[in-house]
Design a binder for this molecule. Structure first.
Ligand code: WT7
Length: 655
């Protein structure tokens, strides 16, 4: 097994001895009560209890039907996700409760109530129907962090169209791949978005994508965010404001089967082609509602909850949109970045809205550490009562800093492990119950079955590490990969029989607490963004000067991992620093600005086995500056010597 973490690092991690038992005052009021794990011993009954808390237009009688590896949950029931997120609360007298406190990057702010959100969703849903979008269709959404984004998602859900949100940082090629893979009929976007004071050309990117060919696409709907003129193609492009004009603020929701597709979300795998992860309605809503309520100890009347992620990733789907809205929470929704207009952006927002629950990523926390506490100390942070972390392993030092400087030493920190595929949080402390250990995601959520396996598929006893697997189906689990059942089986269910392979390396200590070690496959985690080495390689070889490329993740103090690319050039080209920059930009141009190789090493040849396979493990060792192991299977070992000396050169430049 190859884990990015070095053996010494793992050992140091497991020696972490600090313990944080639940503060008594927190425990006394916590949603999670002692005995909760025992209560969930019958997982199907436990999940069924949570599913019953949703509103069903036709109640279900079935629980789990497991036709491995395909699950259905509550399959004879009917419900609508937008009704569960909105109508239910409005009918219960909560129309004036705030759904979102909106914080735009330019400083525009307003509050949107549940009543207002329902009106807006109905009007847009009616507009979509009028354009001919119908139940069973797929709709792509490529938007900045504005309120129209959750409105668009919920409007799709209302009329039974599955949404496929494409992160606004992606480049046009990524839009083309995703729209075409699932044959979306409409694409919802904005004129431009704001990021660090600059305008992001979302509509222009859509135009570029359309020009590359998206045969299924009939409509492009454009919300006005920035206001500069953009090109509009008559018949195809529609302003959002025109779509909703004269539409009534009520809209009959489609009755959806629990197993009808709610959304697709594309994520990177080990090949260059992203996978369209399928999530259905009843089980997904059950999973996100239960986890959001318990993991974040949500008191919906009192809390101001803030997940500072982007809705373009699963974190935003589950914990900015569906979980919080189904629970009737009041959330902050913000556009922009933590460093603009200044490095206290987050703390200013915490102070302004008296945020009580904050959920962010280790890469952000390590960046805040680097910036120093002065930015935090400028603001009153005493409203916070609970902190969350997601996206990658959190190192004990960052955990301690978060706990001490953001949480004032009083807030439990929940380190939550999960994936796009799992739909909802899988391994996490339950605040008020769990004794916390800095750096550990601690225990499986009630109802979730987990094991650690060795190469041979045997369960590893407590105190050891290996492959983390999920041992029984759960309601929010992916229902497959869009249009590719074979890949679903192969990727997740073939390595070990009857077990879901997550793709992470993990240790379990003698108390049964889980310590994540990073991916075990060719997937990198850069600032919490999942990027496949193959995607970056294929973007590199797309450049006319590149003959071959190999990409590995290299540990990074701030971003978790950074991209290290090894490139061999065609004979006409020279490996100049200018070309290196050009290649970096080329990758960003194809994949999106957030994908930018930090290290790029030119080499005559890539190290290959005699059978011609690129030796990635070796490249990883070189990138990490580790001592090399046995390289006798290498075809030409002078290649390694050359690469090593170059990697050292690069490293010196970094200092
Ligand atoms: C991969 C999933 C889950 C939403 C954000 C990412 C890594 C995620 C943790 C954590 C250690 C974590 C894993 C996982 N990961 N959370 N708390 N501790 N690793 O979703 O893009 O589907 O990525 O992120 O490697 O497999 P994603």
């Amino acid at each position: 097994m190859t884990t990015p973490a070095q053996p010494e690092a793992i050992e140091a991690l497991l020696k972490e001895g600090r313990r944080f038992p639940p503060p008594p005052a927190f425990a006394a009021q916590a949603n999670a009560k002692p005995g909760i794990y025992e209560e969930a011993a019958d997982a199907e009954a436990w999940w069924t209890g949570w599913a019953r808390k949703l509103e069903w237009s036709k109640p279900f009688t079935q629980g789990l039907v497991w036709n491995e590896p395909f699950a259905t949950w509550f399959a004879d029931g009917e419900l609508n996700a937008s009704v569960n997120a909105l109508d239910r609360h409005v009918r219960n007298g909560l129309a004036s409760r705030v759904a979102y406190y909106y914080e735009g990057e330019p400083g525009d702010r307003w509050t949107v109530t549940y009543g207002e959100l329902l009106d807006a969703v109905c009007r847009f849903a009616n507009g979509l129907r009028k354009l001919g979008v119908k139940k069973g269709d797929r709709v792509a959404i490529y938007m900045p962090m504005i309120v129209e984004l959750p409105i668009a998602m919920l409007a799709c859900a209302r009329i039974g169209a599955a949404h496929s949100v494409i992160f606004g940082g992606f480049a046009p090629d990524a839009i083309v791949d995703r729209v075409n893979d699932s044959e979306c009929v409409a694409l919802i976007t904005a004129d431009q978005g704001w990021r660090r004071g600059k305008k992001v050309p979302l509509k222009a990117n859509c135009d570029e994508a359309v020009a590359k060919g998206m045969p299924s696409l009939k409509h492009v709907i454009v919300a006005k965010r920035v206001g500069d003129p953009v090109d509009m193609v008559a018949g195809r492009d529609h302003w959002w404001d025109d779509v909703v004009k004269d539409q009534p603020s009520t809209c009959e929701p489609e009755r959806m089967n629990a197993e009808d597709l709610l959304f697709l979300l594309y994520t990177s795998g080990t090949t260059a082609k992203p996978k369209g992860i399928k999530h259905t309605t009843g089980g997904y809503l059950t999973g996100v509602t239960a986890t959001h309520k318990l993991v974040f100890d949500l008191k919906e009347e009192a809390d101001v909850y803030w997940c500072a992620a982007d809705i373009g990733w699963v974190t935003g789907h589950s914990y900015i949109v569906y979980g919080p809205l189904c629970n009737g929470a009041s959330s902050v929704l913000y556009e922009g970045t933590p460093d603009f207009p200044d490095k206290d952006r987050l703390w200013e927002i915490v102070d302004r809205y008296k945020v009580t629950i904050l959920y962010t990523a280790p890469t952000a926390i390590r960046t805040f550490m680097k910036w120093g506490t002065a930015y935090v100390d400028k603001h009153d942070m005493t409203s916070l009562r609970l902190l969350g972390s997601v996206g990658e392993p959190i190192n004990p030092e960052a955990w301690m800093w978060y706990h001490t400087h953001i949480g004032g030493g009083r807030c439990p920190v929940v380190d939550t492990w999960w994936q796009t595929e799992t739909g909802a949080i899988m391994i996490t402390p339950l605040p008020g119950i769990t004794t916390l250990k800095p750096g550990s995601a601690t225990k499986p959520f009630p109802g979730i079955g987990v094991d650690i396996l060795d190469e041979a598929g045997n369960s590893v006893p407590l105190g050891g590490g290996g492959y983390i697997v999920l041992t029984k189906p759960w309601p929010a689990m992916m229902r497959g990969i869009y249009g590719d059942d074979a890949r679903y089986k192969e990727t997740y269910w073939s390595r070990f029989p009857h077990k879901y392979l997550a793709g992470d390396g993990c240790n379990r200590d003698i108390d049964g607490d889980y310590w994540f070690m990073g991916r075990i496959d060719d997937v990198m985690n850069i600032s919490g963004h999942r990027i496949s080495t193959a995607e970056v390689e294929s973007a590199l070889v797309d450049h006319p000067d590149v003959a071959e490329a190999a990409v590995v993740g290299k540990s990074d103090d701030v971003t978790g991992q950074a991209i290290a690319a090894f490139v061999s050039l065609k004979s006409h080209a020279n490996g100049t620093p200018e070309l290196a920059d050009e290649l970096r930009d080329h990758v960003s141009h194809i994949l999106g600005k957030f994908v930018h190789p930090k290290y790029l090493t030119f080499t005559q040849e890539l190290p290959k086995t005699r059978s011609g396979k690129i030796m990635r493990r070796l490249l990883r060792d070189i990138a990490e500056g580790r001592m090399l192991g046995d390289t006798t299977t290498l075809a030409d070992s002078s290649v390694v010597a050359e690469l090593q000396s170059r990697a050292v050169e690069e490293a010196n430049k970094e200092e």
